[in-house]
Write a protein of this length. Structure first.
Lengths: 114, 116
């Protein structure tokens, strides 16, 4: 069975500081994809960053980067220079390269404090 | 390209009624997935459609059903509504290259269903 665990239901960070959101997953598959999605309050869910499991290099998108530890099945999201617009619910998600279903964590609610 | 659209955005129904929600994927996307989002449960997978065929289904009762049309638009139907069906229903589309895995999903704004 595939599972995704986000152990931090809520987090907060001061504006301009750095925060790391945790995500672990469980799978017996070797090839898969990992995602972080952001859902601002009352707004649409959008993709933040994507990582292919076969790539050793950690993905980066501007202020967002991941720390992908395949052996530990860990996929954390680091947000640098936090901005007020980063306030949102963040979901970690996983999909195998042979599947057609995403598995989502329960989300981490991040608040950026001015 | 236009994003994923969902209609209606808000819906209020009473127990026992049925409801149909619609999703139009991004042009060229062939896979459509549906999720139920509630505050305590996060995103729960309902089902996924590709080329008018349901490829995968989550653990929801038979009251929840869906279909996909030849233009990839999808609908989901909930019959005999219960109070617990109140939720945000999200639709997501993806390219599904080579007819295989769904790859990156792009979400619609959701339909907020309230059952009274």
């Amino acid at each position: 069975a595939q599972t995704v665990t986000q152990s931090q239901p809520e987090m907060s960070v001061q504006e301009a500081e750095t925060v790391t959101l945790s995500c672990t997953y469980d799978t017996s598959e070797n090839n898969y994809y990992l995602f972080w999605y952001k859902q601002p309050p009352s707004r649409q869910m959008i993709l933040v960053i994507r990582q292919e499991a076969y790539k050793q290099q950690n993905a980066t998108e501007n202020r967002f980067s991941v720390n992908f530890q395949k052996a530990a099945k860990s996929f954390s999201l680091k947000i640098s220079d936090s901005q007020l617009g980063d306030t949102a619910m963040y979901f970690c998600a996983f999909e195998t390269d042979t599947g057609n279903q995403f598995y989502f964590g329960t989300g981490t609610s991040l608040t950026v404090i001015p | 390209k236009a994003g994923v659209t969902q209609t209606p955005r808000y819906l209020i129904k009473t127990r026992g009624q049925q409801v149909t929600l619609s999703c139009s994927p991004i042009s060229g996307h062939r896979s459509v997935s549906w999720y139920q989002q509630t505050p305590g449960q996060g995103l729960q997978f309902l089902f996924e459609y590709f080329s008018e065929t349901q490829r995968n289904k989550g653990n929801f009762p038979g009251r929840f059903s869906g279909r996909q049309f030849s233009n990839s638009r999808s609908e989901m139907n909930v019959s005999t509504l219960e109070l617990g069906d109140s939720a945000l229903y999200l639709c997501a589309s993806s390219l599904a290259p080579q007819g295989g895995y769904t790859d990156t999903q792009y979400f619609g704004p959701g339909t907020r269903l309230t059952v009274l």
